[in-house]
Design a protein. Sequence first.
Length: 291
Amino acid sequence: MTTRVFIDGVAHEPDQAQVSVFDRGFLYGDSVFETLRTYGGRPFALDDHMARLEHSADAVFIGLPVPRAALTAEVQSAIAAVGNPESYVRVIVTRGSGPMGLDTGFEAHPLRVVIVGPLTPPPSEAYERGIGVVTYRTQRVAEATEAAGTKVGNYLVAVLAMRSARAAGASEALIVDGAGNVVEGATSNVFVVQGGRLSTPPVEAGILPGITRAFLLQVAAELGVEVELRSLPVAEVAGADEVFISSSIRELLPVVRVDGGAVGNGAPGPTTRRLLAAFREKARKSMGLSR
C-alpha cells in the first residue's frame, strides 16, 4: 500500500513533498479541493468531481492551472502509477504563491496537488451498528459569499466542529444554521427517514452538493423511495425513524445517536440498509464491475 504526492504533475514521496510557505493555500486557505475514492481501482464519478472542482475554482476566481480534461487525465495516471488495490484521492488547487496580503491583484500561477493513498473506509461495525453524531451551531466561512456551496480549503469550522464531536465520543458533527436547521455534516451530507420518506436539505440551503448525495438520490428514485428536499429542524433529525450521512469515502453511514439520544430503535434502519446496498451495487456497475 503506497502513498504518493504529485505536485504540478511531478511525483514525490510523502516526506519529500514540499510547497512554499508563501503559497496562499497555506497562508489563507485560498484553495479548492476534491476528495474521491476508487472501486476496483477505478476513480468513482471522476468527471463529476472535476466539474465541481472547476466550479469551486471559478467561484473564488482561481483559474485551473491546466484544462480540466488534462487534470482528469493526470488524476487517472496518478492512481495507476501508485497501484493500490483501492485508493483515496485528494485533488487540491491553490491560487499559488504571491505577495503577503489579501489582495489577489497579482499575476497568479495556481498550484495543483494530487495525493493518492490507500483507501481506509470506516470499519464494518460502523455500518452494522451505526455511529453517533453531535449538533454544532455555527455558520460556514463561505456562507453569504460567492463561494457558498463550494469546496474551499478553509475548513476551520469543520475542524472545530469535529473537535466537539470527538470530545463527546461521536464520529461526526451536524452543522446547524442560525434558523436551527441541520444543513449538513462537517464532512458529509445528511438525510433523515420518516414514515418511509427520505428528506435532505436542498442545495439552496448552502450545502455542498455532494457527488455521493446526487448519486444516492438517483438510487432512491430507482428504488421508489419518495424524496423531499427541505429544511431539517434539529428536533426533527433527533426524532426521525432513521438518519444517515453520506460522503465519497464513507458512502452511506447510519446514524443511531444524535447528541446522545437514540435515533429510532438505536440501530441502523431498513431504508438505510437498503439504500446502502443499492448504492454500492450501482456504483460498481457504473464502472463495469460485476460485484
